[in-house]
Design a protein around this ligand. Structure first.
Ligand SMILES: O=C[C@H](O)[C@H](O)[C@H](O)COP(=O)(O)O
Length: 264
């Protein structure tokens, strides 16, 4: 069993999406009538993504198939009466929309606060277009600014102690911990039967997170790292006043005023 210093509780994320900051513009701009295979991510914004897709109409949706990143999105797809598929049937996806724990100014992001990042990364890679939707608190210059619990790392269960040791002593994350469940004794177990380690890193590693992402991934026993580097085409942030900030891959930043998102 892990030592007390190696564990922390699985704190559920508080939904912060209000009526005003639904990610409607992201759906309208990127889920186009000609799109047939659509990836649906995980997190607090994703129910609103599905809601908007349903509003596009039964006619367009009957010819589409929707690929989930986990239990939550599978339920959303089924409950909405949309066609369910899987990425092994559809390894090329037209567009995937997903949430994030934090997104930096270069559209690198941390994902896996809900332990879904393995499937999420497969769906992001499979997508011709990958789009992030989040609230304003996740729009940061550098990863680790607000989301301080660390980089989520999915590991095979029997290797967790060795991976922790390597994170502590080799990769420079002395506070890396095994994520513990709340309403279950023991660790969080992912949809894939694995454990999650949360590893905080100093700012110097987050300026260009690709390097540390690759180093973590090289540790034996690591299945996937919750750092998604330069994969997204755009990130949509809902602001408190109802406006939307869009960051594009090329560095462009666009603001949509609240009055223009009011209907959305
Ligand atoms: O594992 C979970 C996913 O990466 C979520 O997209 C991420 O944690 C954001 O979730 P939320 O919108 O609930 O904060």
């Amino acid at each position: 069993m892990p030592l007390p210093s190696q564990v922390h509780a699985d704190v559920p994320t508080t939904p912060v999406i209000t009526q005003k900051i639904k990610p409607v513009a992201a759906v309208d701009n990127h889920v186009l009538p000609e799109h047939r295979v659509i990836g649906i991510g995980s997190g607090s914004t994703v129910p609103y993504v599905v809601e908007r897709i349903v509003q596009q109409g039964a006619e367009v949706n009957k010819g589409r198939v929707f690929i989930p990143t986990g239990f939550q999105s599978k339920q959303l797809i089924v409950d909405a009466g949309l066609n369910l598929g899987d990425v092994d049937q559809y390894p090329t996806i037209d567009v995937t929309l997903d949430g994030a724990d934090e997104v930096d100014h270069q559209l690198n992001c941390v994902k896996g606060g809900g332990a879904c990042h393995l499937r999420e990364k497969v769906l992001a890679e499979a997508a011709r277009t990958f789009v992030l939707v989040a609230d304003y608190r996740k729009n940061v210059q550098y990863l680790g600014t607000n989301f301080a619990q660390g980089v989520p790392i999915e590991v095979v269960p029997f290797a967790y102690a060795k991976v922790l040791q390597n994170l502590h002593h080799i990769l420079g994350s002395p506070k890396a911990t095994l994520r513990m469940a709340i309403k279950k004794a023991g660790p969080v177990v992912t949809d894939n039967g694995n454990f999650i380690i949360d590893a905080p890193f100093e700012r110097e590693h987050m300026i260009d997170p690709y390097v540390i992402m690759a180093q973590i991934k090289m540790l034996t026993g690591v299945v996937e790292v919750g750092l998604f580097c330069k994969m997204a085409k755009a990130a949509y942030f809902g602001n408190q006043d109802g406006s939307v900030t869009i960051r594009w891959k090329d560095g462009k930043v666009q603001e949509i005023a609240a009055k223009n998102t009011a209907a959305v």
